[in-house]
Design a protein around this ligand. Structure first.
Ligand code: PEP
Length: 250
C-alpha cells in the first residue's frame, strides 16, 4: 500500500513573511494528517519557511536548482546552498521550467542525478502539451520524459524519487484530466518504471497528479488505483484550499 504524498508548489508567490504565515497555518492544520506532505516556497522564502516546518510532518522543497554544484552561474541556486538551509527535496522538470525556460530532458536528468547524489528527494515532473495529447502522443511523451529524466539513476536511488504527472494543458487552467484519463497515464508510467527497473520498484514508486487539483476533485483523483497524491499549484497558496486537499479521504 503506497502512502499518499501531497505537495504544494507556491511558484513565484509570497514574500518570506507571507510564506512563513502560510506555513504556520499548515503546520497547525495538518499536525494529524495521515499523508506525506511537502511545501515548496520560492527561493527567497525557503529559510523563513524552514524555521516553521523544521521538526514537523511537512517537508521543505525547492522549486528548482542548478545543474552544477557551484561556479560561474549567475542567478542560479546550488544543491549545496539548498541543503545548507534545510531543504529536503526539489521539484525538477516542472512544465514551466521545460516550456517557458527551455529546460531539456538532458538538463533535467543532470539535475535529478545531482540532487540524488546529495541526498535530496526529487519530484520529477512529466506531462504532455495539448497538441501532443490531441495527436495521440500523451503516453509516449510521458514515458520518454520519465526514461530520460531517470537515465543513470539506480534502483536504490529511485526510492527518493516521486514522479508528478502534470498534463501541461491542465496546469493553472482550471481544466483537470478526468480521473480515468489521469489514471491511464499513471498506469503506463508505472509500467515504464517496471521495465526500466523492476515490478517491485514500480509497485513502490509514488506518482502524483498535478493540474488544477482542488478540494472538490482531490478525493476522486486520489481514489484512482495508480494516483498516489498530488502536486498542487494555485490551490496550495491558501490554507483553506490546501488543508482539505491534504486531508482528503478516499
Ligand atoms: C503546478 O504548478 O504544479 C500545478 C499543478 O498548478 P495548478 O494546481 O495551479 O494547476
Amino acid at each position: 500500500m503506497r502512502n499518499s504524498f501531497i505537495a504544494g508548489n507556491w511558484k513565484m508567490h509570497k514574500t518570506p513573511a507571507e510564506s512563513k504565515a502560510l506555513a504556520a497555518e499548515l503546520v497547525k492544520g495538518l499536525s494529524g494528517c495521515r499523508h506525506r506532505l511537502l511545501v515548496a516556497p520560492s527561493f527567497t522564502a525557503l529559510e523563513a519557511v524552514a524555521s516553521v516546518v523544521k521538526g514537523t510532518n511537512i517537508l521543505l522543497g525547492a522549486q528548482n536548482m542548478a545543474a552544477e554544484e557551484e561556479g560561474a552561474h549567475t542567478g542560479e541556486t546550488s544543491v549545496l546552498m539548498l541543503k545548507a538551509i534545510g531543504v529536503e527535496a526539489v521539484i525538477l522538470g516542472h512544465s514551466e521550467r521545460r516550456h517557458v525556460y527551455g529546460e531539456t530532458d538532458d538538463m533535467i536528468n543532470k539535475k535529478v542525478k545531482l540532487a540524488l547524489k546529495h541526498g535530496l528527494e526529487v519530484i520529477l515532473c512529466v506531462g504532455e502539451t495539448l497538441d501532443e495529447r490531441e495527436a495521440g502522443n500523451a503516453e509516449t511523451v510521458v514515458k520518454n520524459q520519465t526514461e530520460a529524466g531517470l537515465a543513470g539513476v539506480s534502483e536504490a536511488e529511485l526510492a527518493k524519487v516521486t514522479i508528478a504527472y502534470e498534463p501541461v494543458w491542465a496546469i493553472g487552467t482550471g481544466k483537470t484530466a478526468t480521473p480515468e484519463d489521469a489514471d491511464q497515464i499513471h498506469k503506463v508510467t508505472r509500467a515504464k518504471i517496471s521495465s526500466l527497473y523492476s515490478p517491485a520498484a514500480a509497485e513502490k514508486i509514488i506518482i502524483q497528479y498535478g493540474g488544477s487539483v482542488k478540494p472538490d476533485n482531490a478525493a476522486q483523483l486520489m481514489g484512482m488505483e495508480n494516483i498516489d497524491g498530488a502536486l498542487v499549484g494555485g490551490a496550495s497558496l491558501k490554507a483553506e484550499l490546501f488543508l482539505p486537499i491534504a486531508e482528503y479521504d478516499k
